[in-house]
Design a protein around this ligand. Structure first.
Ligand code: ASP
Length: 346
């Protein structure tokens, strides 16, 4: 690694930025100096590290699209000054933020690595230090030509680097809190960090970074279940202002064959609501038409989400609707395209 690598660490909040209050035992956000004192290694490495923090620091349950835009801006505003970026973030909604930033930072050619921890930075068995230090190393990693090894929005946790928009939080207990069910890890960290260049996306180096932070939050998720009632589905589809819906279906994209469900979905599509079929299974893809019980969805005008995660689909919808407010056909078309590695379309 070249000595002159510079990394900006952006603290947004989450357990990784918290310390345990000795008196009450409660977790509180640490100020930047306290945080730095827990990781003296940060300033003895070959990498030049700067830090900036959100004030206040946020539990990731409070992170919203405005905060995604702020994170994207922080990268964009400092893009020329650093080789890579690390975003410290709560684990609960990290996959949503990582997905959102992958869409908001178009033509990205530098690493943006999300990480966090299951235990606060100051506790004895904390995973915070290792996650942070490895994420920084990945953000700084360059090849012999000085180009970033992983110029994507990624998420590093425990020992794996994943494409951010392929991840899902899978575990509230174990240190391996995330998984990427439908795309392999981009790197594994052991004694050495082993990168998988054939799995990494490389954008055209001559294109400038573009910031695209408009979002439309009039979207929702409807999870189907056996026994779901017409009145409930009707209520959801008639939510005021609704423009896009993630329909979480069974197996390969199947739904009850009731006539009323077909009618409600068809009416909603006719009213301009974009409905995307996302399987409730973590692994595998939607295949509409494979079973008779998905034919109604096809006929109603529901489109396929293939193997995308709910986190990536929701943020992609918000982003596309925000960027193309008057052009639903473009939104539909782009929802069925791979924009930055978030979906496999064969
Ligand atoms: N509630 C915390 C958050 O997401 C959990 C964590 O960071 O692991 O901000």
């Amino acid at each position: 690694m070249k000595k002159e690598s510079k990394v900006l660490v952006i603290l947004t909040g989450g357990t990784i930025t918290m310390v345990c209050d000795r008196e009450s035992g409660a977790l509180l956000p640490a100020d930047m100096e306290t945080f730095k004192a827990f990781v003296p290694e940060l300033f003895t490495s070959d990498i030049h590290i700067d830090m900036e923090a959100f004030t206040p620091l946020l539990d990731s349950s409070d992170v919203n699209p405005e905060n995604w835009a702020r994170m994207a801006h922080a990268v964009y505003d400092h893009y020329a000054d650093y080789d890579g970026f690390v975003i410290l973030h709560g684990t609960d909604t990290m996959s949503y933020s990582a997905s959102a930033l992958s869409f908001m930072l178009e033509n990205l050619n530098k690493p943006v690595v999300f990480t966090g921890s299951q235990l606060p930075i100051g506790t004895l068995r904390s995973d915070a230090k290792e996650n942070l230090l490895t994420a920084i190393e990945i953000a700084a990693a360059k090849d012999e030509d000085g180009n970033a090894i992983v110029p994507e929005v990624t998420l590093f946790f425990e020992d794996k680097l994943f494409r951010g928009n392929r991840t899902t939080k899978r575990n509230a207990e174990h240190f391996s809190a995330f998984n990427s069910y439908n795309y392999p890890a981009l790197a594994k960290a052991g004694v050495h960090i082993t990168y998988q260049p054939h799995l990494i996306r490389y954008n055209n180096l001559t294109l400038p970074l573009r910031l695209r932070v408009q979002t439309d939050q009039n979207v929702g998720v409807l999870k189907l279940f056996p026994g779901i009632q017409e009145a409930f589905v009707k209520q959801v589809l008639n939510a005021p202002g609704l423009r896009g819906l993630v329909l979480e279906t069974f197996g390969a994209g199947n739904a009850p064959s009731s006539e009323w469900l077909y009618r409600l979905l068809h009416d909603a599509v006719e009213r301009g609501i974009i409905i995307v079929n996302k399987t409730q299974c973590n692994t595998g893809s939607v295949e509409m038409g494979l079973y008779a019980v998905s034919m109604n969805l096809l006929k109603a005008g529901v489109i396929s989400g293939y193997d995308i995660t709910t986190e990536a689909l929701l943020t992609k919808m918000m982003y596309l609707l925000g960027e193309n407010p008057d052009n639903p056909e473009t939104v539909k078309e782009l929802l069925q395209k791979d924009l930055c590695g978030e979906v496999t379309i064969e």
